[in-house]
Write a protein that binds this ligand. Structure first.
Ligand code: SAH
Ligand code: SF4
Length: 340
């Protein structure tokens, strides 16, 4: 029997495992604290656990995060990590400092099967989905690379892959991230970005996780959205936005709509007006992402003037709209530049 990777287990499952070894529950809570809260990966260092339990754990369990295979620091201070999984495949995670925030962007799949026209990850197709342990393992591994005294404040599920197409593992990872004996993040500091899977959103709504949700919208009409995002041919904007309206948002929380600006494709003044109309009645904020270019793509980033004009239209209509001047572009770590 192969050893159980504890990073695949939620804290309560770690407690159950320790109980199955004939130990009291509080020993399990101590173990979960070592693994998740303190980030210790060696059973021998867990000095408040009895010796015989540590020996037993060496035999039946492991703490196996993905391995940091490469680490590239960008001029803007963000760091792209290439993380090697146990089967030799790699995914990427990006650490992004911003003022007093330190955000980690994690992947949920190797590649992605949705084939959005502007996304480099999409060109890979779906290789495979990650396990919950491989998702939280990215947080574990990234945390271990940080300078002493610094800590991750936010986690965004915006790396490679579509989180809601890997639903069970994503939700389990979210629960481990927010559990007090897990990573202990406030759900308000976690964001899941989705291409807009209506069924997945409806299911997520019932989990009562209270994490932030970001919807990749990218166009205000079905015609353009279907060209850019094949997923829209199955579920159009009307159904998607209806699901967003039904989504139970906690008080003072808003849904984010991501909109990648593509020169002369979706960035006209009229597009901005249409977007305003589409989002009416939603507790929405818009995150504008100027297209990050990659070789082989025919899309272009709009000029700064066009980007700012688009934002101005949204602001004038009373929407909150921010521009994500991308992080890590020089090391291929910006949105939509991740591939392995
Ligand atoms: N699959 C999820 C999450 C990963 S992508 C989703 O699609 O939401 C994170 C964000 O970056 C998405 O909004 C995506 O559409 C956007 N994006 C992808 N490629 C991009 C590119 N080349 N430039 C700018 N944004 C891009
Ligand atoms: Fe997949 Fe998201 Fe890229 Fe679309 S934008 S191909 S859903 S990772």
């Amino acid at each position: 029997m192969s050893a159980t990777n504890l990073l695949e287990l939620a804290p309560d499952e770690i407690v159950a495992l320790v109980e199955s070894l004939g130990q009291p529950a509080y020993r399990g809570r101590q173990l979960a604290t070592w693994v998740y809260v303190k980030g210790v990966g060696d059973f021998r260092a867990m000095t408040d656990l009895p010796r015989d339990l540590r020996d037993e754990l060496e035999r039946v369990a492991s703490i196996t995060p993905p391995k940091v295979a490469a680490q590239r620091v960008s001029q803007d201070g963000s760091t792209k990590l290439d993380l090697r999984l146990t089967d030799g495949r790699t995914v990427q995670a990006v650490v992004m400092p911003d003022g007093d925030r330190l955000t980690l962007c994690v992947s949920t799949q190797v590649g992605c099967g949705f084939g959005c026209a502007f996304c480099l990850t999409g060109t890979m197709g779906l290789v495979r989905s990650l396990t919950a342990g491989e998702i939280v393992g990215q947080v574990w591994a990234a945390r271990a690379t940080l300078e002493p005294g610094t800590r991750l404040t936010h986690v965004v599920f915006m790396g490679m892959g579509e989180p809601l197409a890997n639903y069970v593992a994503t939700v389990k990872a979210l629960r481990i991230l927010v559990a007090p004996l897990g990573f202990g993040f406030s759900p308000r500091r976690i964001t899941v970005s989705t291409v807009g899977l209506v069924r997945g959103l409806e299911r997520l709504a019932r989990e009562n996780l209270r994490v932030n949700v970001a919807i990749s919208l990218h166009a205000p009409t079905d015609e353009v959205r279907s060209q850019l995002m094949p997923v829209n041919r199955g579920w159009g904007l009307y159904d998607l936005l209806a699901a967003c309206r039904r989504f139970p948002l906690p008080v003072r929380q808003r849904m984010t709509f991501e909109y990648t600006l593509l020169d002369k494709v979706n960035d006209s003044a009229e597009d901005a007006q249409r977007l305003v109309r589409r989002l009416r009645g939603l507790r929405a904020k818009v995150n504008l992402i100027p297209f990050n270019e990659w070789s082989g793509s025919s899309f272009r980033r709009p000029t700064p003037e066009r980007i700012l004009a688009f934002q101005r239209t949204l602001l004038d209509a009373g929407l909150t709209a921010t521009i994500r001047w991308s992080k890590g572009e020089d090391v291929g770590a910006a949105c939509g530049q991740l591939a392995s």
